[in-house]
Design a protein around this ligand. Structure first.
Ligand code: AMP
Ligand code: MG
Length: 494
């Protein structure tokens, strides 16, 4: 296997990482390799069958790899921890993609590092499968995300609350630098390192700000923009990250570190899945404000770069942070309008549209309507009441409530110039049929862990590759869980 490495993170200096080699595992076997992604990245895979398991378990280092555990700090549930770092992951190196962008390749579950803090450096198979399924589904749902290049079983058990089979996932991202990476150096008053890190990220991920008069202010503003847009996307799909600690927020605006994440089935404003998020800090409806809280922590680390005068620096930071709410609102509104088939026609009133869209979410919450199916069935309705309304009505405990909403919606459609058919096509192109539902992920993990059967994982993965198109014979993947199938709690598995 040839991976065209061009490693730059390792040139930043020894304080940015700890060199480490993956700890070999007993009997690695490849579960899945992402051919399509490998091709996109220009990785040639002629000898893959022979090499894949060895490389993606960390048993064999590919030529040109310079593995390091990256240093970072982070606020975990609001408490600052000055040193976290990759305790069970390694950046193998960076490559230049054919698109000109540079990507990092990262093993997770590859053994202890200087940052393991007593942990075993390993990952159980379940979280590996969950991350593979969810991150690849997110990519198909047009959500910025780290990607999954490969997953392997290790042939070794890991000790959690019980013994579980181990796994390693190989992830690809446009950056593995986190908000917490900036915090690591700021906490040490090492602003030369903060500047070096900012320059590295700007050159790699935000080249457009490099030429600006105040590049660091422009950088902060650009990170704010991307994060606002990212979280708006999550909200429009009912996605709950679950652990939005600052060490789990990418500087590049990609979804990163899939742990106890989940998509909602029945809509609820304050849904929480993670077993350790007891106070709902990372509940669905809190995600936008937590995004801003995390970005404020980032801004604090950048203050000395923003202006020589501390007061001016604070002003510059505040300006960037203040743009978050507006950017988030406009992304949210644009996406939600599109989901409901509303274009921004000249007669449309922003506040009226907002009230209409929030009204739908309220009716969904009161009626425990399935998030994904509500928008899916809405995408099939005509601009006049018809038999088809019944598919949507069936999602609501009290169908009269959605009838009342539909009446307002149809009035609003009356302001549109678009034809019924065009609207439905547009809506169906963005409202998915299939999302990685929690109970199906759980079923895939159970089959793999308990029976060594990966067919459930592969079939689910295949369905999720085409989330917007109804696939023959795959109806079971679109339906909401039966009451006894509902997964209430997810675990990060660390
Ligand atoms: P996470 O919850 O996966 O975002 O991890 C938070 C921190 O704990 C990071 O520094 C991880 O590297 C570290 N960590 C998580 N699981 C393990 C493990 N099994 N062994 C060593 N470090 C770990
Ligand atoms: Mg993490």
């Amino acid at each position: 296997m040839q991976i065209p490495f061009n490693n730059r993170y390792v040139t930043l200096g020894e304080e940015f990482f700890a060199r480490a080699r993956p700890t070999p595992v007993k009997q690695p076997e490849l579960i899945r390799f992402n051919d399509a992604l490998a091709r996109e990245l220009g990785i040639s895979t002629d000898r893959l069958s022979a090499m894949g398991a060895a490389v993606f378990s960390g048993n064999t280092l590919p030529e040109g790899a310079e593995p390091v555990a990256m240093a970072y700090a982070g606020h975990q549930y609001g408490n600052f921890v000055p040193q976290l770092g990759d305790g069970r992951a390694l950046l193998l190196g960076e490559i230049n993609g054919p698109d000109g962008a540079r990507y990092g390749i990262h093993l997770k579950g590859s053994g202890p590092t200087r940052f393991s803090r007593g942990g075993d450096g390993r990952s159980a198979l379940g979280p590996v499968l969950r991350e593979y399924l969810v991150s690849e589904a997110m990519a198909k749902l047009n959500v910025p995300t780290t990607r999954a290049l490969a997953a392997v079983t290790t042939g070794e058990p890991v000790a959690r609350d019980r013994l579980l089979p181990g796994g390693v996932i190989t992830r690809v991202a446009s950056s593995f630098v986190r908000v917490g990476t900036f915090q690591y150096f700021a906490a040490r008053d090492d602003y030369d390192a903060v500047k070096q890190l900012a320059d590295y990220v700007i050159e790699k991920n935000y080249p457009q700000v490099g030429d600006s008069e105040k590049p660091y202010a422009a950088f902060l503003k650009a990170v704010v923009d991307r994060q606002a847009a990212l979280i708006a996307r999550w909200m429009q799909l009912g996605f709950i990250h679950g652990v939005m600690n600052t060490d789990n927020m990418s500087i590049a605006g990609e979804t990163i570190d899939y742990g106890p994440c989940a998509f909602m089935d029945a809509y609820s404003h304050d849904q929480v899945f993670s077993s350790i998020d007891r106070h709902g800090r990372y509940a669905y409806s809190n995600q936008p404000s937590i995004g801003l809280w995390n970005l404020t922590r980032l801004a604090e680390t950048l203050l000395p770069l923003l202006d020589e005068d501390p007061q001016t620096a604070v002003q510059v930071a505040q300006e960037a942070l203040e743009s978050y709410a507006e950017r988030y609102q406009s992304e949210w509104l644009a996406g939600m309008r599109a989901k409901c088939g509303l274009t921004v026609c000249s007669d449309a009133d922003i506040d009226a549209d907002k009230a209409l869209l929030e009204g739908l979410l309220d009716v969904m919450a009161d009626n425990h309507a399935d998030f994904t199916l509500t928008f899916y069935y809405l995408s099939h309705l005509a601009d006049q009441p018809s038999e088809q309304d019944n598919d949507l009505r069936a999602q609501f405990e009290n169908p009269a409530r959605i009838d009342a909403w539909l009446e307002k919606w149809r009035q609003r459609l009356g302001l549109e110039g678009q034809s019924d058919e065009v609207r439905r096509q547009r809506m169906q192109a963005i409202n998915p049929v299939y999302i990685p539902r929690n109970h199906q992920i759980e079923a895939a993990i159970r089959a793999a862990e308990d029976q060594g059967d990966f067919s459930v994982f592969h079939e689910l993965h295949t369905v999720l590759q085409n989330p917007y198109v109804q696939q023959e014979g795959k109806d079971s993947y679109m339906r909401a869980p039966e009451p006894e199938e509902v997964v209430q709690v997810t675990f990060c598995g660390t």
